[in-house]
Design a protein around this ligand. Structure first.
Ligand code: DOR
Ligand code: ZN
Length: 426
């Protein structure tokens, strides 16, 4: 059935479009975008969207789906449902499953399972090294053939610089990006939260920003030397933003992401020892948060990714020291990011670029634009609707959100993938 999205504010940064338009969807594709269209056949579903916003479907390049191996935390199905509810039409899933996605078999399994779920596009990110142990490179060529769109040992750093150099060279020859988890374990070991005044006051062992920055410095040098594309994940500190800004100015092929919790929260939130605020890298100081926001504003940080890290209550609701790190983020990312627009830091178009156009471009996957002839992957949200964060009502199995009870503005109303409604608020 054809669908006509009528009267919404259509924002497509890929071609500087921001205005009231109608979008006609036929056979899963965008058939036309025009100032005004009417259904003459009587067979089109007309959706009136006055006062609502229509975007190219959001793309999350950093999601943890937990399947295979940790289905009690999240499955490909529950994660896909959460993505659709959050307005995401494409997600890239990290390889720290069990087994780790370091083989054609696991990559193919994820692609097949996602196809059976038939909700959002799921793109596997495969491991850089076997079992993500940092010793032996995975078979990048095989993994690409099976469907991998990037390589990462997310959750663990590649300590061996020689191995990282070869990973960059090998990935670059295949046209794929490396996404490092930048953490010098000799500096972060034993740490539970950001190292600073608050960790001292609380008596908790700290993780210095230096742990992240030392590794970013190394990886920027390797990217410069090899000329290979590098995408820095979950940037959390002012020093990291500064180094990436300088690297970009010098022409190093680097892109970078941060996540909503890093531009929203600080380590002050740890005072109650609530494990829902425990994440790696940790929430940093107000100065770091300010720098992250400035990095988003000036374009140093290209992408807002969720780092959706769902955990079960049994992993999280334990003493702080033993609690798993991570925040379930798919269902709050858009509303938290819209606060940047409210604050005047980004235009809506710039925000959509960071949550759709840029991640699609970096991973070289379809999406990120509303183009006639392309798949109708579209997100519709109500910019004025406020809602209260209640993870118990979420699609994600991961109820681990530090935003429990917050009132947020901007609610996803409808998510379409290939012209099919995969989520609808009713
Ligand atoms: O907090 C985190 N959780 N950081 C990571 O790097 C991994 C992630 C996870 O998989 O839970
Ligand atoms: Zn991650």
């Amino acid at each position: 059935m054809s669908i006509l999205l009528k009267g919404g504010r259509v924002v497509d940064p890929s071609r500087n479009l921001d205005g009231v338009k109608d979008i006609l969807i036929e056979e899963g594709k965008i058939a036309a975008i025009a100032d005004s269209m009417d259904d003459t056949t009587g067979e089109t579903r007309v959706v009136h969207l006055e006062g609502k916003v229509v975007l190219p479907g959001l793309v999350d390049m950093h999601t943890h789906l937990r399947e295979p191996g940790y289905e009690y935390k999240e499955t490909i199905r529950s994660g896909s449902e959460a993505a659709a509810a959050g307005g995401f039409t494409s997600i890239a899933c990290m390889p720290n499953t069990d087994p780790v996605n370091d083989s054609r078999a696991v990559t193919e399994y994820i692609v097949k399972r996602a196809g059976e779920c038939n909700l959002v596009h799921v793109y596997p990110v495969a491991a850089i090294s076997l079992r993500s142990e940092g010793r032996t490179l995975a078979e990048f060529g095989d993994l690409k053939e099976a469907g991998a769109v990037a390589f990462s040992d997310d959750g663990k750093p590649v300590v061996d610089s020689g191995l990282m150099r070869r990973a960059l060279e090998y990935a670059s020859s295949l046209g794929l990006v490396i996404i490092p988890h930048c953490e010098d374990l000799s500096l972060s070991a034993g740490g539970l939260m950001n190292e600073g005044r608050i960790s001292t006051e609380l008596g908790l062992p700290g993780i210095p920003t230096l742990a992240e920055e030392v590794m970013i410095a190394r990886d920027l040098l390797l990217a410069e030397y090899t000329g290979a594309a590098l995408h820095i994940s979950h940037v959390s500190s002012a020093g990291s933003v500064r180094m990436i800004r300088n690297a970009k100015a010098r022409g190093i092929p680097v892109t970078a992401e941060t996540a909503p919790h890093y531009f929203t929260l600080t380590d002050e939130a740890l005072r109650d020892f609530d494990p829902s605020f425990k994440v790696n890298p940790p929430l940093r100081s107000p100065l770091d948060r300010k720098a992250i926001r400035e990095g988003l504003r000036d374009g140093t940080l290209d992408v807002i990714a969720t780092d959706h890290a769902p955990h079960a209550a049994t992993d999280k609701e334990v003493e702080f020291e033993y609690a798993a790190s991570g925040i379930s983020g798919l269902e709050t990312a858009l509303a938290l990011s819209l606060r940047l627009v409210d604050d005047g830091l980004l235009t809506l178009s710039e925000l959509v670029r960071k949550m759709s156009t840029n991640p699609a471009k970096i991973l070289n996957i379809p999406g990120g634009a509303l183009l006639p002839g392309a798949d109708a992957d579209i997100t519709v949200f109500d910019p004025d609707r406020s809602w209260i964060v209640d993870p118990l009502s979420w699609r994600s199995k991961g109820k681990n959100s530090p935003f429990f009870g917050w009132t947020l503005k901007g609610k996803v109303l409808m998510t379409l993938v290939k012209g099919r409604v995969v989520y609808s608020e009713d």
